[in-house]
Design a protein around this ligand. Structure first.
Ligand SMILES: *Cc1c(COP(=O)(O)O)cnc(C)c1O
Length: 230
């Protein structure tokens, strides 16, 4: 197998051209090759880690912990303790049980509420179906986080990897916006992070997906400032 890091540089360049308002968080589970991760780190990518070992790998490259999101809505206590000990302070959740664990073991952690996107995008690997809160659960989950003195800084979703229909970004981003609105109605701190998950392929499909993402961001968040995408 040959790994051409020049291609990685071109892909990162293409990302910033096509998705200028979205900061990449590379999902380490896709390929944890250290040369690849090191190149991405040098080019300014952030990282999406699902476990303690993925966090360890990224930190060992000299990446600062504030460039890591611990994007696993169902974490074991020992991994939460590890994240707390190294200063990885952002994680996702989709249940009350997870809020309780974070409150107890990592109270400095900021939360991102993972929601289920509204439609099945026909993806091979539909991560959206496995994880994510339903819209009707959102007020209860926001309240649980609030009661635990934890701040929910934003919303995440995943439309599914591998051949997902890029039109699904429209429904998912609009639903995320409705969660931002619910939080402000409940008088909670203004949300400022929208994690659009993944589902991108290389080649022309990326261009098509980028157009859908940009259109959907404009439609739902166009007039808002300071939203950090991921
Ligand atoms: C796997 C994963 C990603 C990346 O998904 P791709 O479709 O491979 O781009 C992003 N976020 C989370 C939470 C994931 O689990």
């Amino acid at each position: 197998m040959v790994l051409d890091l020049g291609v990685v540089m071109d892909l990162m360049h293409n990302w910033s051209k096509m998705l200028p308002t979205v900061q990449p968080f590379y999902a380490v589970k896709c390929n944890p090759n250290p040369s690849l991760l090191g190149t991405l780190a040098a080019l300014g990518s952030n990282f999406d880690c699902a476990s303690k070992s993925e966090i360890e790998t990224v930190l060992s490259l000299g990446v600062s912990p504030d460039r890591i999101i611990y994007a696993n809505p169902c974490k074991s206590v020992s991994h939460i303790n590890y994240a707390a000990s190294v200063g990885v302070n952002v994680t996702t959740f989709d249940s009350k049980e997870e809020v309780e664990k974070i409150r107890k073991w990592h109270p400095k952690c900021q939360l991102i509420l993972r929601i289920k996107p509204p439609q099945d995008s026909g993806a091979r690997n539909s991560l959206g179906l496995k994880y994510g809160a339903l819209l009707e659960e959102v007020p209860m989950l926001l309240q649980a986080a609030h009661d635990a003195d934890l701040t929910v800084i934003g919303v995440s979703f995943h439309i599914g990897s591998g051949g997902a229909d890029a039109k699904a970004y429209h429904g998912a981003i609009a639903t995320a916006k409705s969660v931002f609105k619910m939080a402000s109605k409940l008088d909670m701190q203004k949300m400022h992070v929208l994690d659009i998950g993944g589902g991108f392929s290389s080649g022309t499909e990326f261009g098509v997906a980028a157009v859908h993402v940009n259109d959907a961001l404009e439609a739902s968040f166009g007039n808002e400032e300071g939203i950090t995408g991921g």
